[in-house]
Ligand binder design. Structure first.
Ligand code: AMO
Length: 429
């Protein structure tokens, strides 16, 4: 059976009047009107009205369930329908796959389904134009990130996800049996991306990473997508500029290239103003103090503190110069202020989107920091030996793509912007 289509529906228009076309897709609606049957057909690019004529065609579609797959050969013609600029008069209808009813959710979204039911039927949920629009936007966001970083001289890499020792310290590691050995799922590409600056100078990776966190929030997943960069000859303020550009380019690209998707989602994406505000940790503590929240230097900022800060600093802002004791072992201290670090988080209101900083490149300093943090330097020797091979000073960051998508689409729950989200409760489908 021939499966070819001559056009995606989105590429058809009224000027093709009289032309023979072959389209294919899913039956969204079927209405009988006297001697005619109107079939609404959707493919990934759009929707078209098909007028089914002739006894045989009408008989074929009579008992056809919605969401069945058909291929239609017909001719483009003018239409009286208000919702369509043209219609296709069918000559031949081939039924390629029948949908079996009842379906678990209404994929058109006329009947709202709760998120659990939608995630349980995710493939079908993608026929809902709101859901499809989120993932088309995600595609555009990824394209933009790759373009920006490539233009800045970054090389895309793939690091292992099955690893022999922790990359971010011991907490929240998933372990697995690796034949007769113990292995872990990577929490981040941290150690690898740092090592790669030695040969490739500027690298980036976009990939899934894993955290065994029993968090039941709208922003935590056990498997999340991270955009990571690492660059030599850059300090933390330099990579913050790269981050600002990556994020604003995504907004600009989506604003321009996802017009229809914004309409479907009922949102307006606008390029954010730059430069993003920079708030030091010390300043944040002072501001919180004025709000009656008393913290001393070295205290971590809890969710409630970040919510308060988010009210005071709306939109994107950097929180910089965190105390060393709150930062991972690989982060570099500030020149002349060794209790503070060359580090930053990128916030959107209360939500942390990214963290990063300048890294230590003196292996003895790293060993000392590992001990300070209760980690065993001998487990990091494979990593640390690279620091004797001419390790350049370097900086980088990790950006949570799922969280960025939730900001971009103005949808709070990251589960909505991830195809098959994994959280402590959800392992299927
Ligand atoms: P961090 O642990 O802060 O830093 O992670 C970086 C960013 O990844 C996202 N993220 C998550 N998103 C969803 N669910 C999770 N469980 C989750 N955990 C993290 C967040 C966060 O800001 N190696 C460093 C980065 C670096 O310094 O380069 C790191 O992993 O958006």
């Amino acid at each position: 059976m021939d499966l070819k289509r001559t056009h995606y529906i989105g590429n058809l228009n009224a000027s093709l009047k009289g032309q023979k076309v072959i389209v294919g897709g899913w039956v969204e609606d079927l209405r009988e009107l006297g001697k005619l049957t109107f079939l609404t057909l959707r493919d990934v690019t759009g929707v078209a009205q098909i007028v089914v004529v002739g006894e045989e065609g009408i008989k074929q579609v009579k008992d056809l369930n919605r969401q069945s797959v058909v291929r239609v050969t017909g001719t483009v013609q003018e239409t009286k329908a208000r919702d369509f600029p043209f219609e296709i008069k069918s000559e031949k209808i081939e039924i390629l796959s029948r949908a079996v009813h009842p379906l678990p959710i209404d994929p058109i979204g006329r009947l709202e389904s709760n998120i659990d039911n939608r995630l349980n039927a995710r493939a079908l949920d993608l026929r809902n134009q709101k859901t499809a629009s989120i993932f088309k936007m995600r595609h555009h966001a990824l394209q933009s990130i790759r373009k920006t970083l490539t233009e800045l001289g970054f090389i895309e890499v793939n690091t292992p996800k099955i690893i022999g020792s922790a990359s971010e310290g011991g907490a929240n590691l998933f372990s697995l049996k690796y034949f007769d050995k113990q292995a872990y799922l990577a929490q981040s590409p941290q150690l690898y991306k740092e090592q790669l600056t030695l040969g490739l100078e500027r690298v980036f990776e976009i990939s899934s990473f894993y955290r065994a966190e029993k968090s039941h929030t709208v922003r935590h997943l056990t498997e999340f997508t991270s955009v990571d960069i690492e660059a030599d000859f850059m300090d933390y303020l330099d990579v913050m500029e790269v981050l600002e550009k990556v994020v604003t380019d995504v907004f600009e690209h989506v604003e321009k290239n996802c017009i229809q998707e914004q309409k479907v989602l009922g949102i307006e994406v606008k390029k954010p103003k730059t430069p993003f505000e920079r708030v030091t940790y010390a300043q944040a503590i002072k501001e919180l103090g004025r709000e009656g929240i008393s913290l001393t230097e070295g205290d971590d900022l809890q969710d409630s503190h970040l919510r308060k800060l988010g009210e005071m600093h709306q939109g994107f802002y950097f929180l910089i110069d965190w105390p060393m004791k709150l930062k991972p072992f690989y982060i570099h201290e500030k020149d002349g202020e060794p209790s503070l670090s060359k580090s930053f988080d990128l916030q959107y209101g209360y939500l942390e989107l990214s963290s990063g900083g300048r890294r230590l490149h003196d292996p003895n300093k790293i060993r000392a920091r590992l001990v300070e943090q209760g980690l065993n330097p001998s487990q990091f020797e494979d990593h640390l030996k690279a620091f004797d091979w001419g390790m350049p000073p370097h900086s980088g960051w990790g950006l949570g793509l799922d969280r960025l998508m939730s900001v971009l689409t103005k949808i709070d729950n990251v589960r909505e912007v991830v195809l098959y989200p994994r959280d402590p409760e959800r392992l299927f489908p």
